[in-house]
Design a protein around this ligand. Structure first.
Ligand code: ARG
Ligand code: GLU
Length: 711
């Protein structure tokens, strides 16, 4: 009798110790570092040798003090007591490109600063440390009067957010960021310290850092040496400061030691970083809209654009350079969405969600669930209302506004519009011209009007096929022949217009056919479609908040991890291969043998440096070889990651760095919406390949000497 009584309490979750809370499913989840004590027992049973407090603590320094937001959308980690930082090559790409010129082509040849004095300042680049995080739900939502309208609620939350942010920042150099979790059912505050003097220390050549290019992107098996090296600088008090020649290497509270001890299938790993966005708790209506409405348009439009760009890049080496970064970013989303839609179809996510919604609806008919009775029908109606506008919005983004000619013409048009106002001053005019000058320079450096026109034509054809509308046939006919913006010199010449002659500028720009067309398209998007989508999305957000609450109330025993929102998270899993198709199995490790097998001097993505071939021929791998004498390059594991996790430290059970996260496998890209433990893998650059390149390939011994290497 007594035993039975304990058992039923256990089942009811009453006696369940915090650490044993049921984790969702195997390896799925992006956990809040502050609440990691709830995962501690599970993590330790899987191989973690640290405590939750070692990973995140507010009382003493912990691993979180070595993890940063790198720039605007990546993660990085501190690896020495002199502020040395590792991140991905694709995360440092903009900085590497910024410092590259024909004489110093660091993109092609790589770069290794010989001394600290040679490290290159990177204007605009910052790294952000988390000082502490706090649950501020009560401060933001506590005591809100009953029966507020959505707008009133949002206004109160906004005011409280602002006040709390100001109070927290007052008298410190910290910056506070307050972020909704679970669709606004909870809020957390992140107190950050931002360093602005960050310098480029080293990067491998692109044929290592981007090896495999877009061909291998989002794919396993992978052989990309996707890393670059930076250093954080601080003032003489070790405090953040703008760039100064007098700044010195930052002394961090914590940095990651590096393990060369080797890895095996099944080894425990965890990833500590900044996943950007996931949507795991959507309704079937939402998933349908992503996978069957949005993605197909995006994919079709980008397929056309990429076909044009690829052909032009293959035909002309200058175009290859000009369009490399654009092609990479267009292709990255394109390939991800293809994988995502396939994964959602394969997992039958819409059906799975529908089945759950049936249960949910049944539950809402009980007293317990009564508060959520109308939420699913309301969501369905809201998504139906959104669909046509969402379709237009995606079409405008991917088709209408894709020709770049329109973006530059629109920018000139905006200055023309501003300058038409009475009292527009001489200094405002000069400032406007300066800004346009910079933009014009950057724009035409990487612009070929023939490529752009071909994109315009193919997208127009698609528009006709899909929408059967004809916005302005006459304009479209000779847009590129007639617009002055198809010509860099003509556009640039306009920037010499003195204040007194600004009327001529205004007239020329406003009469330009591309400016007119751009105003039509951009106007439609900015003034009509986007505001409507925003309004309808706000309705959906409130409903989704309620639906989230309902899902949590219905399954009180389940531990819900919050969707990614570019805040610091821990995810854990193990090194493991997968089987993408019947009779096919992928092993979890790649080696340099695979690089040599992929080598092809005629295919840009697969060119291999002579120096790497020499090292390979000599089998000169030093301490970086595995126990069989082979040089590891990358591995996969079951950690649940997403965009933003690029550059994240991948750690072993002792908290030692074993690699840098840089991608996911194609079969698993639907994990942002639906995680499948059999298919979803994160792709990690093995730290041994990274150090091999720094040491043996580049000879940058001074960097190796700075690291704490454990063998
Ligand atoms: N797929 C990775 C990510 O989502 C890498 C992207 C950069 N590489 C590329 N070939 N486009 O960011
Ligand atoms: N490459 C991605 C990034 O830049 C990470 C890959 C992913 O989406 O998982 O964040």
């Amino acid at each position: 009798m007594k035993r039975f009584w304990i058992l039923s309490l256990l089942l009811a979750g009453v006696l369940l110790p915090a650490g044993l809370g049921t984790p969702a499913r195997a390896d799925e989840g992006m956990w809040i570092p502050m609440l990691l004590n709830r995962n501690e027992a599970d993590m330790q049973s899987k191989g973690l040798q640290l405590s939750a407090e070692d990973i995140y603590s507010i009382n003493h320094s912990s691993l979180k003090d070595a993890v940063v937001i790198f720039g605007g959308g990546c993660t990085g980690e501190v690896v020495s007591d002199r502020g040395l930082l590792f991140t991905n090559h694709h995360c440092g790409f903009g900085q590497i490109q910024y410092h590259s010129s024909l004489e110093h082509d660091y993109l092609t040849n790589g770069f290794w600063a010989a001394t600290e004095a040679d490290e290159l300042p990177c204007p605009g680049l910052s790294v952000t440390f988390l000082v502490r995080m706090e649950d501020v739900t009560e401060a933001l939502l506590g005591g809100l009067p009953e029966g507020l309208s959505e707008k009133e609620r949002a206004d109160s939350v906004r005011q409280r957010t602002q006040a709390l942010k100001e109070a927290t920042e007052a008298g410190t150099h910290y910056r506070a960021r307050i972020v909704p979790f679970y669709y606004g059912n909870q809020y957390y505050m992140f107190v950050n310290e931002v360093f602005e003097d960050v310098r480029l220390v080293g990067t491998p050549p692109s044929n290592i850092g981007k090896f495999g290019g877009d061909t291998d992107n989002w794919m396993w098996p992978r052989h990309t040496g996707d890393f670059s090296v930076f250093r954080i600088y601080a003032d003489s008090n070790n405090q953040p400061a703008p760039y100064s020649a007098d700044n010195r290497p930052y002394r961090p509270r914590q940095f990651f030691p590096i393990s060369l001890r080797g890895l095996n299938p099944g080894d425990f790993t965890f990833v500590f970083g900044y996943p950007g966005r996931t949507q795991e708790y959507l309704s079937s209506y939402a998933v349908h809209q992503v996978a069957e409405v949005e993605n197909p348009i995006r994919i079709a439009a980008r397929t056309r654009r990429l076909d044009v760009i690829k052909a032009a890049m293959d035909a002309d080496p200058l175009t290859r350079i000009q369009y490399a970064a654009k092609a990479a970013s267009i292709a990255n989303g394109w390939k991800k969405w293809i994988g995502e839609s396939k994964g959602i179809a394969r997992l039958k996510t819409v059906e799975v969600k529908r089945a759950f919604e049936k249960e949910f609806t049944a539950w809402t008919l009980t007293d317990e669930g009564a508060a959520y009775r109308g939420v699913l029908p309301a969501l369905e109606a809201a998504y139906q209302a959104l669909e046509p506008y969402n379709t237009m919005s995606v079409m405008l983004q991917e088709i209408g506004m894709a020709p770049e000619l329109l973006s530059i013409a629109y920018a000139y048009g905006q200055l023309a519009e501003a300058a038409s106002a009475d009292g527009f001053s001489d200094s405002a005019w000069q400032a406007g011209l300066d800004a346009l000058h910079k933009r014009t320079e950057l724009f035409y450096k990487n612009y070929d009007p023939r490529v752009d026109e071909a994109i315009f034509r193919t997208l127009l054809a698609m528009n006709h096929e899909e929408m059967a509308v004809e916005p302005d046939a006459a304009t479209q006919k000779d847009l590129y022949a007639k617009s002055l913006f198809a010509n860099a010199d003509k556009a640039g010449a306009l920037l010499n217009t003195p204040y007194a002659k600004r009327k001529t500028f205004i007239k020329t720009v406003e009469n330009d056919v591309a400016c007119k067309y751009a105003r039509l398209i951009y106007g439609q998007y900015l003034n009509q479609v986007r505001p409507t989508v925003a309004r309808l999305s706000a309705d959906i957000d409130s409903l989704q908040r309620l639906y989230m609450q309902g899902q949590m109330a219905m399954q009180p025993e389940r531990r819900f991890y919050p969707d990614a929102n570019f805040t610091l998270r821990v995810t854990y899993g193990q090194i493991q291969g997968f089987s993408p198709a019947d009779a096919v199995h992928y092993a979890p490790f790649t080696t340099i043998d695979g690089i040599m097998a992929k080598e092809n001097p005629d295919i840009y993505d697969y060119v291999v440096e002579d120096r790497l071939k020499e090292l390979y021929a000599a089998q000169d791998f030093g301490p970086y070889a595995d126990s069989a004498g082979r040089l590891p390059v990358a591995f996969i594991a079951t950690n649940h990651t997403t965009g933003g996790n690029s550059g994240s430290p991948v750690l072993n059970g002792r908290g030692e760095l074993i690699g840098l996260n840089f991608d996911r496998n194609w079969e698993g890209t639907m994990s942002d919406i639906h995680y499948d433990p059999t298919q979803c893998r994160n792709i990690t650059l093995d730290i041994r390949y990274c150090l091999f390149i720094i040491d043996k390939f580049a000879g940058a011994q001074r960097l190796i000497d700075e690291l704490e290497i454990r063998r």
